[in-house]
Design a protein around this ligand. Structure first.
Ligand code: RIB
Ligand code: CA
Length: 314
C-alpha cells in the first residue's frame, strides 16, 4: 500500500519558476495538488491568475481549483517583475487561454478551508509575496495552528555567499514586495520551512543550456512546456534560477538540503533595508520563540536530477 499523498496548496505568482514548480508538483506522486491561489508578484494579479489557469489546463490539471487573491500588497503599491518573466509574466508562451472558471470565493477563505479540512496534515507552499497567507491568517486566527507547515520561497539570510538580495542589495523580491505580510506570517507561530536566495541563487541548483538540450530530447507536453519556459529565461541569462521548484523540493527530498533552525523576522521600515530578512538572536531562556527551518545548503546536482528526471519521466 503506497503512502497517502500529501495534500498541498500553492499560493503563487506565475512567473516562469512558479510554473516550473507547478510542473514538478504535478509530476510528483507524493503530492496531491488540492488548490492554487494566485497573488500579484511577478506580474499583476490578472496575469498571474491567467497564467496559473493556462499552465494547469495545458498539463491536464484543469480540475485543480484556482482562486485569485490579492492584487496589491497589504499596504504598499504593487511592483511587478515583467522584465525577467516577459510581458505576459510567462515567457511569452503562446499557451491556449484557459477555459476553466476560477473560484468565486475569496482565496484566503479557500486557503483556510484547505487547512481546516485536515488539521495538522496539510502543507501550504508559498512561492510569491505572502499577502494572501497573511490575509488568511488575519481573517482566520486559528489557521496557523491548523497547517502542518508553510513552505516559503523567500528571503535572503546571509547563510551563504548567495544569501544577499535580488530586489535590493539586502532584500529578496517576494519578501520585499510585501514585508508587512512577511512579518505577520513569520510571527504567526505557523511551522515554517524557508528557502531563500542563500540556496536558490546558487548556480549549482540552476538550469542551463545543457539541461535545456536534455529536455528538448523529449516530445512530451510537460517537457515541451518546461523547455519553452527555460528557453525564455536563458535568452537573458546563463542560468534559470529554480527558486520556486527548490521550495517544493524540501518536501520531495529534504536530504537535498541542510537547514538552520531559528526565529526569523523582516525589516518593514521604508528605508534601504526594506524587506531584509534575518535570524533573530533567540533569548536562550525563551521557550515561546517560534523557530523556522531555513535552508543553508543545497546539493545542486541532485536537485537538478530530481527535477529533470521527473519532468522527463514517461
Ligand atoms: O526572488 C525570487 C522569487 O520572486 C521567486 O518566487 C520568483 O518567482 C519571484 O516570485
Ligand atoms: Ca514566485
Amino acid at each position: 500500500m503506497g503512502a497517502v499523498a500529501l495534500s498541498v496548496a500553492f499560493d503563487t505568482d506565475p512567473g516562469i519558476d512558479d510554473a516550473l514548480a507547478l510542473i514538478l508538483a504535478l509530476r510528483s506522486t507524493e503530492l496531491r495538488l488540492a488548490l492554487v491561489t494566485t497573488v500579484a508578484g511577478n506580474g499583476p494579479l490578472e496575469m498571474t491568475t491567467r497564467n496559473a489557469v493556462r499552465v494547469l489546463e495545458y498539463l491536464g490539471a484543469a480540475h485543480v481549483p484556482v482562486a485569485a487573491g490579492a492584487a496589491t500588497p497589504i499596504r504598499r503599491p504593487f511592483h511587478g517583475a515583467l522584465g525577467y518573466h516577459g510581458p505576459d509574466a510567462l515567457g511569452q508562451l503562446m499557451l491556449p487561454e484557459g477555459r476553466a472558471q476560477i473560484e468565486l470565493r475569496a482565496a484566503c477563505d479557500l486557503l483556510f478551508d484547505f487547512a481546516a479540512a485536515a488539521p495538522g496534515e496539510r502543507t501550504l507552499i508559498a512561492t510569491g509575496p505572502l499577502t494572501n497567507v497573511a490575509l488568511a491568517f488575519q481573517r482566520h486566527e486559528d489557521m496557523p495552528s491548523l497547517l502542518k507547515e508553510v513552505v516559503i520561497m523567500g528571503g535572503a539570510f546571509q547563510l551563504t555567499r548567495f544569501g544577499t538580495g535580488n530586489q535590493t542589495p539586502y532584500a529578496e523580491f517576494n519578501i520585499w514586495q510585501d514585508p508587512d505580510a512577511a512579518h505577520l506570517v513569520f510571527r504567526s507561530g505557523v511551522p515554517m520551512t524557508i528557502v531563500g536566495l542563500d540556496v536558490t541563487n546558487d548556480p549549482s541548483s540552476a538550469l542551463d543550456a545543457t539541461d535545456l538540450a536534455r529536455l528538448r530530447e523529449s516530445n512530451s507536453r510537460t517537457a515541451a512546456l518546461a523547455s519553452d519556459l527555460l528557453e525564455y529565461a536563458l535568452r537573458q541569462h546563463d542560468y534559470c534560477f529554480m527558486h520556486d521548484p527548490l521550495a517544493l523540493a524540501t518536501i520531495l527530498d529534504p536530504s537535498l538540503f541542510e537547514f538552520t533552525e531559528g526565529e526569523v523576522d523582516v525589516v518593514t521600515r521604508d528605508d534601504e533595508e526594506r524587506g531584509r530578512t534575518f535570524l533573530v538572536p533567540s533569548a536562550p531562556s525563551s521557550n515561546q520563540r517560534r523557530t523556522a527551518r531555513i535552508a543553508r545548503s543545497i546539493d545542486g546536482p541532485r536537485f537538478k536530477e530530481l527535477f529533470l528526471s521527473r519532468v522527463l519521466e514517461a
